[in-house]
Design a protein around this ligand. Sequence first.
Ligand code: GAL
Length: 636
Amino acid sequence: MKLGCCYYPEHWPEDNWADDARRMAEMGLSLVRIGEFAWSRIEPEPGQLVWDWLDRAIETLHTAGLAVILGTPTATPPKWLVDQMPDMVAIDEQGRPRGFGSRRHYCFSHLGYRKECRRIVTAMAQRYGDHPAVTMWQTDNEYGCHDTILSFSDAAAARFREWLQVRYGTTEALNEAWGNVFWSMEYRSFDEVDPPHLTVTEANPAHWLDYRRFASDEVASFNLEQAEILRAHSPSRDITHNFMGFFTEFDHYDTARDLDVATWDSYPLGFLEQFWFGEDDKRDYLRQGHPDIAAFHHDLYRGVTGSGRWGVMEQQPGPVNWARYNPAPLPGMVKLWSLEAMAHGAEFTSYFRWRQAPFAQEQMHAGLLRPDGKDAEAAHEARDAAKIIGEIGPQDAAKAPVALLFSYEAAWVCGIQPQGASFRYLELIYEWYSALRKRGLDVDIVSADASLEGYKMVCAPTLPIVSEELVAELKTLDCPVLIGPRSGSKTESFCIPDGLAPGNLRELIPLTVSRVESLRGGVAEAGDGFEVTRWMEQIESDLTPEVSLSDGRGVVFKHDHVRYCGAWPDNALLTRMIEAMAAEADVSVAHLPKGIRVRRSARHLFAFNYSNKPVMFDLTGEMIDPAGVSITALSR
Ligand code: GAL
C-alpha cells in the first residue's frame, strides 16, 4: 500500500512547493492528489486557460518522485460560470436555489453545465493526459456531499419526464405501475409529471422511488461523461472517484462501473459524532471512532467496481471541522487507520490534507502539517505507518468467508417509507456487519446482483425488492443464508406483492408475513436472552420457528439452508444466528474482547485495538496497546 496526501498548491506561495514536495517524500508519501477545486485558477476568465502554474506544480511534485492524482474541478464551478447560467444550480426540496459561495452548487441534470464540464475536463485531459507524473484521475469530488444528489430544478424535471417515458412508454403504464388512481393522481401525458416535492402531504412512494432511481442515473451519466473523455485523452491511467461514508443517495455500483478504482474519504471521528451511535459508543470511542466504521467502508468500497481495486483518498489526520464536536484522535489512531486500510486490501491511503489552511471554511481542519508548516501529530504517525508498511510488504485481500448483501435501492425504499421512524437501512446493515466482525469474521459487502459463489455464509439484512435473478442465485447455494425483515415486501414499482411478503423469496422458505408493526424507542419484545426492538413481523407458516419470543411468537424460521428473521434483532440474537450458521458452515468464530477487531490478508493476521486500554489478544497471547496494531504472519 502506498501513502499519499491531498495538496492544494494554489493555496500556498510557489516558493513553498519544492520544500513541501521534498518533505512529503521524506515522510514516506509517494502520491499527491491535487486540482479538484482549482477551476477559478485554471480558468480565471471564461475561455482563458492558465496552465503555467499547474504545469510547474505537477513538475515540482514529479521531480520529488511523487505520483499525481489529478482531480477534475467540476465540484467548484467559478462565479463567472454561475453568472453566465444562473439556472445551473440545484434547487432544493423547498424550491430554493443552492447558491454560489461554497461548493457543489450545480445540478447534475443541467445540460449547459454538463457541456462546460466536458469542456474543462477535455482541456485538462489534453494537457496532462500523458504526463508521466499523472497516474490517476479523480472525477469531481464527493458526489452528493452537502446533500446535493436530489435537485428539483426545471432541468431535472425535464430529464425526469424523458426518463419516465423511456421506462414506461405510456402514461397508462406509469399510472398503473404507481397506482395513480389512488387520490386521483393520474396523468394524461408525461409533461404533466413533476418531481415529487411541494405536495400537500407525502407524494406517492412509487413516484419517489423513481425520482431517486432517476437522480442516481444522473450521477452515473455525469460521471461517465468525464470518464469517457479521460479514457480517450489519458489512456492507461486509472480513473477513480472519492465516495463518502454512510452515504446511500445514489447507487454507487452504477457509478463505479465506469471507474477503475473506488476510493472513499475516511473520517472515523466525525462519523461517530454525526451518525446514530449511542452515548456509550460516543464516549468509549471518542478518539478512535467506532471499531467498525472504517472497516465497513473498506469492505463496501472494495466491492463496488467489480475489480476489487480501492483506496482511501482522504484519511482524517486530526480533528476535523465539520462535526458537532471535533476531538483529536488517540495517539496511534492515524497509524492504526492506515494499517487497517492495508489489511483490508487498499492500494493507497492518502491523508487529508498536507497542511492545515489558515483561511476560509476549513481553517479548523487539521492536516499533516500545522498552518505554520511544522509537523502536526499525524506527520509522525504517517512516518511510522510508512515504515511498517515497508517492513511487512504487499498485502493481497483474501476472499472473505461471509458475503453481506448491500443495496442502494433498499436504502431508498426504507427511507421513503420507513413505517417506523427508527427503521434505518444503514443502521440495520451496520449492526449485522458489526455482529459478524465481533465474532472475528471477515466480510465482503457485495451488491444484490453479485455472484455468491464460494462464500461460506450469506447475509441479507433487508432487501425489500428482490429480483428473480437473486432468488435463482440463492437457490444455487448450499451454504447458510440469513434473510432479514421486510425482504421481498415490495415489488419493483413499490407495491405489496401478490401473496404478501416475502414475495418471491417464498420459493426459498415457505412463510407469509401477515402483519408488521413498528415499535417506538424504549419498547422491546423479550425472548430467551435477546430482545426485539423497532420492528416485529407476524409470520404464518407450517414451519416450527427456530427462535421465538417468550410469548411464543416466531422470530426466526429455517428451511433447508435458509433462515428468515422477521424482526429487528439485537446483538444477542444476531450473534446466536451467526454462530449457528458458522457451525453449519464449519467456519470458526472468535470471541473478541471489546474494541478488538481482526482482519486476515492473504499473508497476515492483523488485530486492531480500538479501545483506550491495553487489551490481551488471546489468538496470539499478546497485549495490544490502546490504538495498537498486532501483525502476525500466517503460516502458509
Ligand atoms: C471531504 C471533502 C474534502 C474536505 C474534507 C474535510 O468531505 O472531500 O474536500 O472538505 O471532507 O474533512
